[in-house]
Structure formats: structure tokens, C-alpha cells
Design a protein around this ligand. Structure first.
Ligand code: ADP
Length: 417
């Protein structure tokens, strides 16, 4: 509370404006310097409490915010400050009966491993905000004790789409985000990551026991009412596949028992207000219909659009510039690359004066994003590394040459798809 109050006071005093991102800690505030590692602005505007009377003012702020290129003026708003401490404990791994495959991992949230993950995932059309709002509403309904016979809702999320589009990461990042946002109600928070494949180990008779053991453990966590528990089940399609194979007689009927056990256990968990089940699938068609029906929010996560590809590459380059791997900028300042909307404006408006080299470099970055059409987010994040490894002279590399190599590498990657 002391830290939160100190940060709020500091923000009130400032007349500066900020975009989403880090805010410097004032060196003349010894309390903050000693106790705070980082202050970040995130999720601007959408999370302000809206009371009817404030609505008009609120709409005005949004307009101004958009006009201002996403720059927020702090005197217009009262920021909501969330204070948190990252857990450095790392995952606690549980081995399955045979001692080989691990059946689940457990993290205490917010965890150091997931720090920055939410910000690094780039999607369009408000997917991240939609998920955040959904989960927040689900928790609030449970918290307020809404009668599920009158209004029904589940706390099950299903993200589906091609591999490498960030579904698993998005689930983890969402859990991390919510653990911070709901920390005053739930001071403790855990994430349990279940490896669906390992539940179908070839020791089928073990699998039923594994599911029982796993959910017994989750139930124990959930019974503690100050605990918020996220259960992540990756690649749920393997459950459906197992059931189908069992029905066709090609697999022992044990596996169907495992799937059924899992579904029953999930239904049991539903009655607990402090659980959210997050699931992912690389193929939607194959998911068990019984399962799809249980999910309240089903979101398709597709390959990155041009804007998302540009932003992903921009963040990669920014990191290489920060670490000095790309340097040698002559007569232009590329330490801050423009975001997609500013870039579009720069390129379409001849009145904006820009050094020729900068203009050329931005165009090249856009070209690189265009060349990456069809690549997944995962491949995109690897691309700068592959390009660097392909350079003839990797030391003190020229930014323009580097981008040319990125474009070449992207074409090669695409031809191998
Ligand atoms: P999936 O579960 O869909 O197979 P992952 O969560 O394993 O995908 O994604 C792997 C990595 O790819 C992520 O950690 C992230 O670095 C990168 N990635 C994928 N999609 C995106 C995206 N839309 N924006 C930024 N990074 C992405």
C-alpha cells in the first residue's frame, strides 16, 4: 500500500504525458528509488472505472487520446496503480507415475518467466483486451455470487488456430496479468500447466490415475479461497483424438475413460469461483464437441497481419539496437522506430520532413514485414536471429544490409513452408 500511494502521488505531481511503456523513477524520491524497480503504463483508457456521470468526460478523453497518437495526458485521468512482486521460484515440475514424462508444471504468479510476455504478443482487433475483459467479468460474476442457474457462464477459455501463433504464451500472459490485477482479492495465485499428451502416456492404465491425482491437487489449491488458480491445458485436441481412436477400436478403451474423467473433473471445478481453465488447440475441427461446448469464449488466433508483422519485427530490431548488435546508424536517429500508424502517416504525407536514410530504412522495414506474409509469430521472432547468422560480417552490422538479409531469409523460410 505504501508503494502504491507513493506511485499515485508521484503520478499526480507530473504534468508530463506518456505512451504505454516505462516511466522513469524520479531520482529525487528516495522511497521510490529504494522500493520500486520499474513503473509501466499499460492498458490505457479501457480500464478506467466508468460511472454514468463520468461517461461524457471519458469519451472526450478517448478521442483526445487517439488524436494524440496514443499519448495519455495524466492530468486528465486517475491512473489505477497495481503493485506486484515477481516470484523467482521457477516451475515446480511433477513427474508422472513412470517417472519419465512430466504431467504438469506449476508456477506461482506473477512469475519472473512471464514478465513482459503480454506486451510482446501482438494481435489486432482487440483480442487481448477481449480476453482480459472476459476473464475479469467471469471472476466478478463468481465473486459476487451470481446464481449459475439464472445466469450461466463458465470460466473456460479456448484459443484455437495454427501452431506458433502465440496461443500458449497468450494463456500464460493472461494468467500473469490477471494475477496482478486481482491481487487485492486473491493474494495468492498459481498456474498449473497440464501436458495433455503426457496424460495419454502409453501406460494407459496409469493415465486415469494421473488425471485423478492432478485434479486432486488442483482441488486442494482451489479450496483455499484466497487462491486464484489457472489451469492451462495445451493441445486439447489430443483428448478428442484419443476418444475417437478408442471408439474406432484402435486404442484401448482406457483412453476414453481418461477423457471422460477429465471432462467430469472440469465440470466439478466449475463450481469453484476462483478457477479459470485456459485451453489451446492447433486444430478446431478435431476438438471433442463435448469439450468445445464447455468453453465460453472461443477465440481464433490467426497468423499475424501486416501490421502485427511490422510491429513484431520492429520490436525485434529495437531489441537488437538496444543491445548494440545493430549499430552504425549514420546521420539519422533510428533508436526509436515509428509504430505502424505513424509510419503510414509518414509515408503518405510528403510534408513530413525526414532524413532520406531514415525514410529508406522505414520503407525497408515495411517491405520486410510484407515479405513475411504467411509466417507465424514464432517464425517471425526467430527471423532476425537467422538473418544475423547469415550475415557475412556479423560485427557492427549495417542496419540497411541487415534488413535486406531479413527479407532474403523470410523468402527462404516461406519457400520451405
Ligand atoms: P502456439 O501455442 O500457438 O503454438 P506459442 O505460444 O508456443 O504458440 O508461441 C511461440 C512464440 O512465438 C511466442 O512465445 C512468441 O515469442 C512468438 N509469437 C507467436 N505469435 C506471436 C504474436 N502474435 N506476436 C508476438 N509474438 C508471437
Amino acid at each position: 500500500d505504501d508503494v502504491r500511494l507513493a506511485v499515485e502521488r508521484m503520478l499526480e505531481k507530473r504534468s508530463l504525458s506518456y505512451v504505454d511503456g516505462p516511466i522513469p523513477i524520479p531520482i529525487d524520491d528516495p522511497f521510490l528509488v529504494e522500493n520500486v524497480q520499474r513503473i509501466c503504463v499499460c492498458d490505457t483508457v479501457k480500464w478506467f472505472p466508468i460511472h454514468d456521470s463520468e461517461m461524457y468526460e471519458f469519451v472526450g478523453i478517448v478521442d483526445e487520446w487517439v488524436k494524440n497518437h496514443d499519448i495519455l495526458l495524466f492530468w486528465q485521468v486517475k491512473p489505477v496503480v497495481q503493485v506486484f512482486q515477481l516470484s523467482e521460484e521457477g516451475p515446480c515440475e511433477e513427474l508422472s507415475g513412470d517417472g519419465q514424462l512430466s504431467s504438469f508444471n506449476e508456477w506461482i504468479l506473477p512469475a519472473k518467466e512471464f514478465d513482459g510476455m503480454w506486451e510482446s504478443l501482438i494481435y489486432e482487433s482487440g483480442l487481448k483486451q477481449r480476453l482480459l475483459h472476459y476473464a475479469a467479468s467471469a471472476l466478478m460474476f463468481a465473486e459476487k455470487g451470481v446464481n449459475p442457474f439464472l445466469v450461466s457462464w463458465n470460466r473456460i477459455v479456448l484459443l484455437h488456430g495454427p501452431p506458433g501463433t502465440g496461443k500458449t504464451s497468450l494463456c500464460k500472459a493472461l494468467a500473469q496479468k490477471l494475477s496482478i490485477r486481482f491481487s487485492s482479492r486473491y493474494p495468492q495465485c498459481q498456474l498449473v500447466e497440464v501436458n495433455a499428451h503426457s496424460l495419454f502416456s502409453k501406460w494407459f492404465s496409469e493415465s486415469g490415475k494421473l488425471v485423478a491425482k492432478l485434479f486432486q491437487k488442483i482441488q486442494e489449491m482451489v479450496e483455499e479461497e484466497n487462491n486464484l488458480v489457472f489451469v492451462l491445458i495445451d493441445e486439447v485436441e489430443s483428448l478428442a483424438a484419443a476418444r475417437k481412436a478408442a471408439l474406432s477400436g484402435s486404442e484401448p478403451s482406457d483412453s476414453i475413460r481418461v477423457v471422460n474423467a477429465l471432462l467430469t473433473q472440469m465440470d466439478k471445478l466449475k463450481s469453484s469461483p476462483n478457477v479459470i481453465i485456459l485451453t489451446t488447440s492447433n486444430i478446431t475441427a478435431a476438438i471433442d464437441i463435448a469439450f468445445v461446448d464447455r468453453a465460453d469464449i472461443k477465440a481464433y488466433v490467426g497468423p499475424p497481419t501486416l501490421q502485427a508483422r511490422y510491429e513484431i519485427l520492429r520490436s525485434c530490431l529495437q531489441e537488437l539496437i538496444r543491445t548494440g548488435i545493430i549499430s552504425n546508424f549514420q546521420d539519422c536517429d533510428q533508436s526509436m522506430l515509428p509504430n505502424f500508424s505513424i509510419l503510414k502517416e509518414k509515408l503518405s504525407n510528403p510534408d513530413i520532413q525526414e532524413a532520406d536514410r531514415s525514410q529508406h530504412f522505414y520503407k525497408q522495414l515495411l517491405e520486410a514485414a510484407e515479405a513475411c506474409e504467411g509466417l507465424s509469430g514464432r517464425s517471425l521472432r526467430k527471423l532476425p536471429f537467422l538473418a544475423h547468422a547469415a550475415l557475412a560480417n556479423p560485427y557492427g552490422c549495417d542496419p540497411s544490409k541487415f534488413l535486406l538479409t531479413v527479407i532474403d531469409t523470410a523468402r527462404k523460410e516461406r519457400s520451405e513452408l
